[in-house]
Write a protein that binds this ligand. Structure first.
Ligand SMILES: [Zn+2]
Length: 340
């Protein structure tokens, strides 16, 4: 079978490898049909000195497929069932796992496609407990965006920021994979959405997604425009995943007691924060990483109800690297997906 492996920094190889053995007790074998790309794949592709991993490494962190076979003791799946996978090897027995807080697992064995072998291969064996059925009517190319893009946004907006109907939210990088999902989810809840983009073409697209106000951060200072748009009051929630110099400007966009939720730092991981401002304004900074199995189920239900991902580009497995280049170019609006 085919497996797309990272063999060095920025070096991918489509290899022929032996298929996995028959699924063991409690396992299923999944035939991968679609992989969706995320910024995480780009970090991995470029090479990260601090990430503990061994090469070659099968890439692909987010995917959908069909059950090919089931192991002993698996009654919940049948061959042909459409599924997505939770991409971190959680233990399933620690208090966090048993409490449904999968992304706080105390014994996590790594993120698939980043620390350990991922989904860009024809067949993969998975513990059945980490496999989630795809509802009727949701195409696999869309379902593939549930485990990371949709799940991350669910976890950020609802578990962490506890976004409520009628609130105002500033979504950074509305054209990114998670930004475009955040706009749609916040609008579906009945929120007012302000979003930032880096060019005017993306501004039109973000408006088409339902954003109430779009700010081109390259031509205007987003914190000034946001304060003006909210009558100097500030927004209830900032959806942050950029970091760098914009982080403090994002805090300035919040109303007193407002919440900033963050899951990324594509523009730089280090910032200096004014603590006087932080406590006087009673800001709440919420850190979010990954999601829970429940977030993936909820994401798929939302897709079935019509909140679907924006797909920017679809490439074939052999062109995985072209997909990454599209992501890296920042020309992308929505998700890049890889078909098998
Ligand atoms: Zn655990």
């Amino acid at each position: 079978m085919r497996a797309l492996r990272l063999i060095g920094d920025r070096q991918l190889e489509l290899a022929e490898v032996p298929p996995p053995s028959a699924p063991g007790t409690g396992e299923v074998q999944v035939a991968i049909k679609t992989v969706a790309l995320n910024h995480l794949d780009l970090w991995g592709f470029r090479g990260m000195a601090f990430a503990k991993r061994q090469l070659p490494l099968v890439v692909g962190a987010e995917a959908a497929g069909e059950i090919a076979a089931t192991g002993p003791g698996v009654a919940s799946f049948r061959p042909g069932d459409k599924v997505v996978m939770y991409g971190a090897k959680t233990c399933g027995v620690c208090p966090a796992c048993r409490g449904g807080r999968d992304n706080l697992c105390e014994n996590v064995g790594g993120i698939m496609g980043f620390h350990i072998d991922g989904f860009a291969r024809d067949l993969v064996n998975m513990p059945a407990r980490l496999v989630v059925p795809v509802p009727e009517g949701v195409p696999l190319r869309e379902a593939a965006c549930a485990p990371i893009a949709f799940g991350t946004v669910e976890h950020m907006l609802f578990d962490n920021a506890k976004l409520k109907p009628g609130e105002t939210v500033l979504v950074h990088a509305g054209g990114s994979g998670i930004g475009s999902v955040a706009i749609k989810m916040a609008k579906a809840l009945g929120c007012t959405v302000i979003t930032t983009v880096g060019d005017d073409t993306k501004a039109e697209k973000a408006k088409a997604l339902g954003a109430d106000h779009v700010i081109n951060y390259k031509t205007e200072r987003f914190e000034g425009v946001t304060r003006k748009l909210t009558g100097k009051k500030g927004v209830d929630v900032v959806f942050e995943h950029v970091g760098g110099e914009g982080f403090n400007a994002s805090l300035l966009c919040l109303r007193r007691g407002g919440r900033l939720v963050t899951c990324g730092s594509t523009a730089g991981p280090t910032v200096t924060i004014n603590l006087m401002q932080l406590f006087q304004q009673q800001y709440k900074i919420l850190a979010s990483f990954g999601c829970t199995l429940r977030n993936i189920r909820d994401s798929l239900s939302k897709m079935a109800a019509g909140i679907t991902p924006i797909i920017d580009t679809e490439v074939m497995l052999a062109d995985f690297e072209k997909g990454l280049a599209r992501l890296e170019s920042r020309q992308v609006f929505g998700k890049v997906i890889v078909a098998f």
